[in-house]
Ligand binder design. Structure first.
Ligand code: PBG
Length: 315
């Protein structure tokens, strides 16, 4: 009876796996604050995407990490045709064909020496929103050319979706989709991600000038509706569990797919408590991701994707 009347059913079809691929490493490297997550080589990444495809996971999102010495103020490696993300996309596409949706995080922070998601104006020391937009266009075009089906701008610059859509269309990449990190909070839950992505913000700065204030709910709808207007194909809310109200608001307000990102800190907390035997990690993972779907998300980006796929397959 419970099966018959369940309102929300979590399936493997809802999951997207975030994956890291690093330039200049010979072996995959573990990330201590994200147990089970590694920085891949291009080779190990291809194998992992094949494994996930075998488990039925429909999508992956790639984060490319340049060699530390290749970072610069303009984040050049983010849009270099031979950059790590572009090489990884091509290699994965080559091996798995069309069986997995390939998404690419479209941002600068992994590639800039100062760690911000945009170009920093040397006079003011602040991120220059409008100077950043053409670079996002270049990143998106280079990623779509390399094989990305979906580019996912995560930098929260105003006008980023319109700039990217225009750049993609101008390059003839009209079928590349844009999944916008639309409502993204300046959250302390991204800590382990910054370890995994080797990002630290110069001078101990933060992203509060471009990411949202957790105290604000209605602001998310403003952000989301702007992105829909600018041509987003999917809108994302992030983090997930601290934004269930926002996910529900967004679901009610738009008719395009809604994604939610269960972020690194959310994953790490479950893993840490489970390691100590304080909670049942598998049960909590299923409960949390189901709740994110219940709130209104059509797809969930989660570091649990592969594990959940295996769990769900076992019933
Ligand atoms: C920015 C980006 C971040 C995450 C995804 N894209 C970090 C940030 O905004 O500081 C965080 C994801 C996570 O914590 O799992 N490129």
């Amino acid at each position: 009876m419970r099966r018959l009347v369940a309102e929300t059913v979590l399936t493997v079809d809802d999951l997207v796996a975030p994956l890291f691929v690093a330039d200049g490493i010979a072996e995959p490297r573990s990330v201590p604050s994200l147990p089970g997550v590694v920085q891949h080589t291009v080779g190990s990444l291809v194998a992992e995407v094949e494994r996930l495809a075998g488990l039925g996971v429909p999508g992956v999102i790639l984060f490319g990490l340049p060699r530390p010495e290749d970072k610069d103020a303009a984040g050049t490696q983010a849009y270099a045709p031979g950059g790590i993300t572009q090489r990884a996309l091509a290699a994965v596409r080559d091996r798995v064909g069309e069986s997995v949706v390939l998404m690419a995080d479209c941002c600068l922070d992994e590639f800039t020496s100062h760690g911000h998601c945009g170009i920093v104006d040397p006079r003011s020391g602040e991120v220059d929103n409008d100077a950043t937009l053409p670079l996002y266009g270049e990143i998106a075009v280079s990623q779509a050319r390399a094989g990305a089906d979906v580019v996912a701008p995560s930098g929260m610059m105003d006008g980023q979706v319109a700039a990217i859509r225009k750049a993609l269309d101008g390059a003839g990449l009209t079928s590349a989709a844009v999944m916008a990190y639309a409502a993204k909070y300046a959250s302390a839950l991204y800590g382990p991600f910054r370890d995994a992505a080797q990002v630290s913000i110069a001078g101990g700065g933060d992203r509060r000038a471009y990411q949202q204030d957790v105290r604000n709910r209605r602001e998310s709808l403003v952000e989301v509706l702007l992105d829909v207007d600018e041509g987003a194909d999917v809108v994302m809310v992030k983090p997930a569990l601290t934004s269930l109200d926002v996910i529900a608001d967004v679901r009610a307000a738009v008719d395009i797919p809604v994604a939610a990102y269960h972020v690194s800190g959310e994953y790490a907390m479950v893993q840490a408590a489970a390691e100590r035997g304080w909670i049942d990690g598998d049960a909590v993972a299923v409960e949390q991701i189901t709740a994110v779907k219940r709130a209104g998300a059509d797809l969930v980006l989660t570091y649990f994707a592969g594990h959940l796929a295996a769990l769900l397959a076992d019933g």
